[in-house]
Design a protein around this ligand. Structure first.
Ligand SMILES: C[S@@+](CC[C@H](N)C(=O)[O-])C[C@H]1O[C@@H](n2cnc3c(N)ncnc32)[C@H](O)[C@@H]1O
Length: 428
């Protein structure tokens, strides 16, 4: 089998896993055909799966007139993949159709029966006018999420978010020494006003200059803001609660603060340790449940990057709408409130809490902080902490937090959706 066919086969497995088994891409990386591939091919297969997932609704719109009834899930995944390869990625139709038919045949006796259908449908898809593909609207979010976002932000904003999801995300880096201009010049990127460096066509991340030396780490520009807002001074005792895989731990450690990084997951915490080692930074790493852990002494500051729906990251995780369900949200909202209360209990009097979630849902942001302010009379918003370069004043929310959305910064490639609040706690 050629390398291109092996990449297609692995991508197909990933797509079918997401759309059929509702399994997140991140949970499939150590399984299936992907593990047999060389690192560069593995990255190619993941990119192909990501692009197809982002474009699925558009592929379905093109396929629909050519299908009398929905084919089995694996055949549908193959048709979607091949459609995106031809119409979005500009791959030569004869190669794509031939490879898709071969993949259909490889699926066993039942799949063999569908090889003729795959061939016939994809030949018609190949004849699609390219203008029709580019005029198709961006895929809509699932109804349960779309409805909630429409109530919160309005139809126009939701449509802009959907366009941002379709556009995908550039690669953002955080420089260890804080010198974004120098790193941008070194890597041919753009220094963003908030201090991140943005690369548009990056290739293999670990091949970029400075990766092995730990001069920078990958982190979306919005995800880099909670630690910049907390900005602990050298020597400050800081707790990074819910720390893994550790982008914010690295930022906090790079300020010279004395950082404790805590996460409930041992395997995820191993990534924090690896990242610290690569970047030559230090933190105390604790694997524990934040709801029961007892610190040896209070902290000057806590960064709580709470577990959430991750709906702010759909542009880089297009599998999320297929795997998340509204049923799991209620438990997350309750956990976030309990984690805020725990975080406040870990603070010394007058200490600072930065609460963040990579969510677009107010229940995981504005509503959490509004409720926390009502529960804790000594808790106050700290608006001065949000006065950073690159942050627009209109992004501030009524309770004093910062609302970031994927449709912001469209001219430079967007940002992940995030909610961030800076708070000060002086209990009576
Ligand atoms: C949004 S992620 C954190 C991302 C991280 N701050 C970063 O910048 O790389 C949320 C984390 O919360 C952790 N977590 C969930 N429940 C927890 C709990 N009860 N105690 C501690 N950590 C928890 C998860 O294991 C997950 O790693």
């Amino acid at each position: 089998m050629s390398s291109a066919d092996a990449v297609r086969g692995a991508a197909l497995g990933l797509i079918a896993g997401v759309t059929g088994a509702h399994q997140a891409l991140s949970d499939q990386l150590a399984t299936g055909a992907l593990v047999a591939l060389a690192p560069a091919d593995r990255a190619r297969a993941q990119r192909l799966a990501l692009t197809t997932l982002r474009q699925i609704a558009r592929a379905d719109a093109v396929l629909k007139p050519h299908l009398r009834r929905a084919p089995p899930a694996d055949v549908q995944a193959l048709l979607r993949l091949a459609t995106v390869e031809m119409l979005d990625l500009g791959a030569a139709p004869h190669g794509v159709v031939g490879a898709a038919v071969a993949l259909a045949r490889a699926g066993g006796q039942r799949a063999e029966a569908f090889a003729g259908l795959v061939n016939a449908v994809l030949r018609k898809v190949a004849a699609t006018d390219p203008a029709r593909w580019s005029s198709l609207p961006p895929p809509s979010l699932p109804d349960w999420l779309r409805g909630r976002l429409m109530s919160a932000w309005g139809k126009r904003a939701v449509m802009a978010m959907e366009a941002a999801h379709l556009a995908g995300a550039p690669l953002d880096l955080t420089p260890k020494d804080g010198d974004a201009a120098a790193l941008a010049a070194r890597l041919g990127g753009v220094a963003l006003a908030t201090g991140s460096v943005r690369l548009v066509a990056a290739g293999q991340v670990s091949d970029l200059p400075g990766y092995a030396e730990g001069d920078w780490w990958v982190q979306d520009a919005a995800a880099a803001l909670p630690a910049r807002i907390l900005a602990p001074g050298p020597g400050a005792r800081v707790l990074d609660l819910c720390a893994a895989p550790g982008g914010k731990t690295l930022q906090l450690a790079a300020t010279g603060a004395q950082v404790t990084a805590l996460d409930i997951s041992g395997p995820r915490m191993a990534r924090v340790t690896e990242n610290l080692a690569r970047c030559g930074l230090a933190a105390d790493c604790v694997v524990a449940d934040a709801l029961t852990w007892q610190p040896p002494a209070p902290f000057h500051a806590v960064l709580l990057d709470a577990p959430c729906s991750a709906t702010g990251t759909i542009r880089r995780h297009p599998d999320l709408p297929f795997v998340r369900t509204p049923a799991s949200l209620r438990d997350l909202f309750a956990l976030q409130a309990r984690l805020i209360d725990r975080a406040l209990a870990f603070l010394a009097p007058g200490g600072r809490l930065v609460f963040a979630t990579c969510s677009l849902l107010p229940d995981e942001g504005e509503a959490q902080v509004t409720a926390a302010l009502a529960r804790h009379p000594g808790l106050r918003p700290d608006p001065e902490a949000l006065a950073l370069p690159g942050l627009a004043p209109e992004w501030t929310s009524a309770e004093g937090g910062l609302r970031l959305r994927p449709d912001y910064w469209p001219e430079v490639g967007g940002m992940d959706g995030f909610y961030i609040a800076a708070l000060r706690h002086s209990p009576a």
